[in-house]
Ligand binder design. Structure first.
Ligand code: TMP
Length: 227
């Protein structure tokens, strides 16, 4: 696990894999139990990183693949230092929609920059932070067109070939990267939520998170006893 008292969980997957829906359901379930959770995303999560996100996803921009990688890493460096590490030090759960694995899948594999350079930049930008659990939602490329969509951003405008490379990369990385779980993104929303919540619960129990971080339940006074 991370050296901090908090727990770092990441949700990954191809575009339209249902990450945001599942992240929201998980955050709500944790908050109902008063678990302290910070819900964030990449690119983004801070004012500067959200500005970088706007540049990255703007469909009117032409961005060189290497410049694209550096922009994602710039967003990550700011996000990690400003939001993630302080929250982990404060003993919170951080749930991020996307982190380092997205750069491996999109820039390393689909853009063809290779894993070595991406791993190097990931390590620098993340201060060597490795998530305690990465959940990868797997959907076939053909699902992309059948899921609800508004206007498409710069990355979503890439073709089916690019999306297939992203999916294959996630599947391969899920087998190779530590503490990563590939889940079927085509399961009904509620069923997938149950699965994800049970995996996260298992992690919190393993890390003794509830004992370390949650205030002990106040014992009720014995009947007639003084408070
Ligand atoms: P999303 O937050 O809606 O998933 O949009 C972010 C887009 O950026 C998505 O298409 C994946 C892409 N992306 C990368 O290409 N590399 C990265 O490192 C990250 C974090 C996201």
């Amino acid at each position: 696990m991370s050296a901090q008292p908090g727990v770092f969980v990441v949700m990954e997957g191809p575009d339209k894999s249902g990450k945001s829906t599942q992240a929201l359901l998980l955050v709500r379930a944790l908050r109902r139990r008063s678990v302290p959770v910070v819900h964030t995303r990449e690119p983004g999560g801070t004012s500067l990183a959200e500005a970088v996100r706007d540049i990255l996803l703007d469909p009117d921009r032409k961005i060189d693949p290497l410049a694209e990688l550096f922009l994602y890493e710039a967003s990550r460096a700011q996000h990690t230092r400003e939001i993630i590490l302080p929250a982990l030090r404060a003993g919170k759960i951080v749930l991020s929609e996307r982190y380092t694995m997205a750069s491996l899948a999109y820039q390393g594999c689909a853009r063809g920059l290779g894993l070595a350079v991406v791993r190097t930049l990931n390590r620098v930008a993340s201060c060597g932070l490795v998530p305690d659990l990465t959940l990868v939602l797997d959907i076939p490329e053909s699902e992309f067109g059948s899921r609800p969509r508004g206007s498409l951003d710069r990355i979503e405008r890439e073709g089916a070939d690019f999306r297939m490379k992203v999916r294959q990369a996630y599947r391969r990385l899920s087998r190779a990267e530590p503490r990563t779980l590939l889940v079927n993104g085509r399961l009904p929303v509620a069923e997938l939520h149950e699965l994800i919540a049970s995996k996260v619960d298992g992690l919190l129990q393993k890390e003794d998170f509830m004992k370390r971080v949650m205030p002990p339940e106040r014992e009720s006074s014995p009947p007639g006893g003084e408070d």
